[in-house]
Design a protein around this ligand. Structure first.
Ligand code: PRP
Ligand code: MN
Ligand code: MG
Length: 179
């Protein structure tokens, strides 16, 4: 697995520090409120686990499983909900947690879907943002790192369902995905 890695973009320490900063901002912004954080499976799983343990507010969690890439490196633009939320978000302060925003199509679909369920507020927190690739414009309140348009894996992010367990974020050697 490690042999497929080209460069480490963000080390475990880089990620931990940035996740702490994001959590501090969230703790501050939502002070005095309950927060419902919604992780977008599967990619956001690792980030969600680390972020939620640094949030000191009263928090509830839920997950939605959405996939637009399948085994491809290109977004299909068609978002499939594989598992919906367990609970109502009506009248709740909702924070959607994502690992990465690329075209924005996944989140555009989800945010419109969630808005129709009448949350009190709804915001997005993503660890990574690839602004160059955006097709659907989005208002993103919390961004960990902006990254260039390179294919990356690790810390929850996969290529063909592999590499999610790498503890850092890295680029892959082109030979891995070119064939
Ligand atoms: C990836 C990633 C985001 C989405 C971003 O998920 O985790 O959810 O793509 O791309 P977009 O902004 O172009 O929509 P994917 O569909 O690969 O499912 P996964 O989280 O299960 O890997
Ligand atoms: Mn995802
Ligand atoms: Mg994926």
């Amino acid at each position: 697995m490690k042999k497929d890695v080209k460069d480490v973009l963000f080390s475990e320490a880089d990620i931990e520090n940035r996740v702490r900063e994001l959590a501090e901002k969230i703790n501050d912004d939502y002070k005095g409120h309950d927060l419902l954080i919604i992780g977008v499976l599967k990619g956001a799983n690792v980030f969600m686990c680390d972020l939620m343990r640094k949030i000191t507010l009263p928090v509830q969690i839920d997950f939605i499983a959405a996939s637009s890439y399948g085994h491809s490196t290109e977004s299909s633009g068609v978002v499939k909900i594989l598992k919906d939320l367990d609970y109502s978000i009506e009248d709740r302060h909702v924070l959607i947690v994502e690992d990465i925003i690329d075209t924005g199509l996944t989140l555009k679909y989800l945010i419109e879907n969630f808005k129709s369920r009448s949350p009190k507020t709804i915001e997005i927190c993503t660890l990574l943002d690839k602004p160059e690739r955006r097709i659907a414009p989005l208002d993103v309140k919390y961004i960990g790192f902006k990254i260039p348009d390179e294919f990356i894996v690790g810390y929850g992010i996969d290529y063909a369902e592999r590499y999610r367990n790498l503890p850092y974020i890295a680029t892959l050697k082109p030979v891995v995905y070119m064939d």
